[in-house]
Ligand binder design. Structure first.
Ligand code: ZN
Length: 322
């Protein structure tokens, strides 16, 4: 039996969030997720030096999805490797690596319509400028189903688990079932206390796939996501904690989904509640977090249910009138 490949979690602080990156100590070393623009020089390089590894030797930059706190450091890290690392992302999230503006467009098309914040767009644009180290073309686009060789007999397989974003993927170290999911397993969410996903059906299916097919021996999350009692999971979950986190994520999605359906069935109402037009959902779930704090998972997620509901309603109408 070949010895296990070591995984080293690296934490970079950022505002209210802890950003997790991971070093896979393979013959061709890999970093999973890159934090923000400052993370490679200030977080990753010294953390690697402390374990006797060099950031310039990294040969794979594996991005779990396109959000700014995961891809923000990608260009800077790529530069530190002398542009020799392969940069990997799912094709559906690749626009977020290619363009800062894509992050602003996503904000405007989704959560912005509930936030009524006249400065929101310019603030997000400024954040994208500051936090993303550079726009770049990925060197390897994936869709799920690929197997990437990290040298020797170390391989990582790529699994598509859309939901948190359209291009979210899990990277699995083959043979030892170490699983990196970025933000695709949210439990009760991180600092905002609410799980964030654009596609509820995809999120649901991804959780089930991880729990029943992948069965992580170790699960590595993108942030310190929280349990129902507010305590965060650690940076590395063992098999039992992974099962617990996946099951809890499924249960909270079911509760949010039920509340969203009742609210959408009753018809959305604009009120002066900060949760408007989904005040009923916040009330039913007892959610008292600030829904306007970026990245505003409350509105991102409820907009996802609303979009799904509208599509289903349209489909029903077509069937009735067709
Ligand atoms: Zn994310």
């Amino acid at each position: 039996m070949t010895p296990a490949v070591a995984v080293h979690p690296i934490v970079s602080p950022w505002g209210r969030f802890g950003l997790y990156s991971f070093f896979i100590d393979a013959p061709e070393p890999a970093i999973v997720d890159t934090g923000i623009a400052s993370s490679p020089a200030e977080g990753l390089a010294p953390a690697l030096a402390a374990i006797g590894r060099r950031v310039e030797d990294v040969r794979w930059i594996l991005l779990t999805h396109g959000h700014i706190d995961h891809v923000g450091g990608a260009h800077a890290l790529w530069e530190l490797t002398g542009r020799r690392a392969q940069v990997v992302i799912h094709e559906a999230d690749a626009p977020l690596l290619r363009s800062r503006r894509a992050h602003v467009d996503e904000y405007v098309a989704g959560r912005a319509q509930y936030l009524h914040d006249p400065d929101g767009e310019s603030r997000l644009s400024a954040a994208a400028d500051a936090v993303i180290s550079g726009e770049m073309e990925p060197t390897l686009l994936v869709r799920g189903g690929e197997r990437i060789s990290l040298g020797g007999d170390v391989t990582v397989s790529v699994h598509s688990i859309p939901g948190h974003t359209p291009g979210s993927v899990a990277y699995v170290i083959d043979g030892q079932d170490d699983v990196f999911v970025g933000d695709a397993v949210q439990v009760h969410g991180a600092a905002n206390g609410f799980p964030g996903f654009v596609d509820p059906a995809g999120y649901r299916a991804g959780l089930q796939y991880l729990r029943e097919e992948i069965r992580p021996q170790h699960l590595y999350l993108g942030h310190p996501y929280r349990r129902a009692d507010g305590t965060p999971y650690g940076v590395e979950l063992d098999a039992e904690q992974a099962r617990e986190a996946l099951q809890a994520s499924q249960e909270i999605e079911a509760r949010v989904g039920d509340a969203a359906c009742r609210c959408l069935d009753a018809g959305l109402q604009d009120t002066d509640s900060p949760y408007s037009p989904f005040a009923r959902v916040a009330e039913e779930l007892g959610y008292a977090g600030d829904p306007s704090l970026e990245p505003s998972p409350f509105f991102t997620t409820l907009h996802g249910y609303r979009t799904t509901f509208d599509q289903m309603t349209k489909h029903e109408e077509l069937r009735t009138h067709g």
